[in-house]
Design a binder for this molecule. Sequence first.
Ligand code: FES
Ligand code: FE2
Length: 389
Amino acid sequence: MLEQIQAELVDRLLRHIDDGTTDIAHETVEWSIDAYRDADIHQRELDTIFRHSPVIVAHVGQLQSPGDYVADDVYGIPYLVVRQASGEIRGFVNLCRHRGTRLADVGSRKAVAEGFTCPWHGWRYGLSGDLCGIPDQQRGFPDIDTENRGLLPLYTEVRHGFVWLTPESVGTRTVADHLGPLDHEFAAVGMENYTFYEQSRAATRFNWKLGIEAFLETYHFRWLHPAMKKYVFAPDLSLVDRLGDHVRLVAPKKSVLDNRALQQQDRRIREHATIAYVIFPSTVLFLEKRHITVMSMRPAGPESCDVHFLHIVEEDTLGRRAYWDDNIGKFMEAAAEDFGVLELAQDGMGRAGRMLIPGYETVLFGRNEHGLRFFRDSVDAALQARIET
Ligand code: FES
Ligand SMILES: [Fe+2]
């Protein structure tokens, strides 16, 4: 994160502390609950927003040698990203071109030098996705063009130490273009030098937007996360900025006051806050003092999403496993608290096949929750832009 931006953020925080204020909007707003449960809206979001947006699927530390791969699903599409013999990382649809069985097991594996063999009839594919072996081909498939039966490619790019994937074969824009102003901020962090720590996922029962919104306000800290009292400066103090389609939220820790003793240009926020970047549409990157957590909320339906976590840590601290287990464990405990109430909120909004609650058509975003409004404005603008083009 750029030093000048860090110093500016500290100044804003110190001014708020002196004045007893926080970043705030002019008014509260009401939003329809349809966006959290309507199947047509959900389909439109998939087709217009998610199809063209890159999502983080791995850290380069997981894919160091040829044949190292990570396989999982995004919006129902099974993918596979694999390090090539050439050093490049490429992504494919993880489905056999014979009759569509998933090829590589979900998870990550090291050095699969021999490529991938389908568990059903044994078709074989190389690391570059080419079809290189069909059992009993002469008798069964003498007439197919094997060159055109390789694994289907997915647009894949490495940037800032992460592997980004788009569920389309040819990217409509680069990751740098997608990140816009964040690209510059991320470059200064040096995330490519971090070490992969852990990856996990959870199946949840709430709309992806509800999920993202939980990480765009600190208003709920006091009630839902009492354990945070020890290190959060004050639950009602945060900075929220819209940066292109993305949002940055800064939640200071008590130690932010240490900056008072420093010259303006020497002030830093990185050590003294949790900085959450909502990367449009549904990834949150949490920049902590010595580690980074990436959380991607991948919609599975209008009322459900698969949440994927990826943790990376500063290289020289990897040996402190107990420290990280404790640190990351606390984060995951707080996330579990969030997910608990999100599922209750989704229940309140109604699920498919259930009667709607009369009179309950909207939710409120407070003046102190304006990060939510920034985010929803980006979603609406993206849906609108695609409708108009
Ligand atoms: S489905 Fe893969 S070999 Fe038949
Ligand atoms: Fe929370």
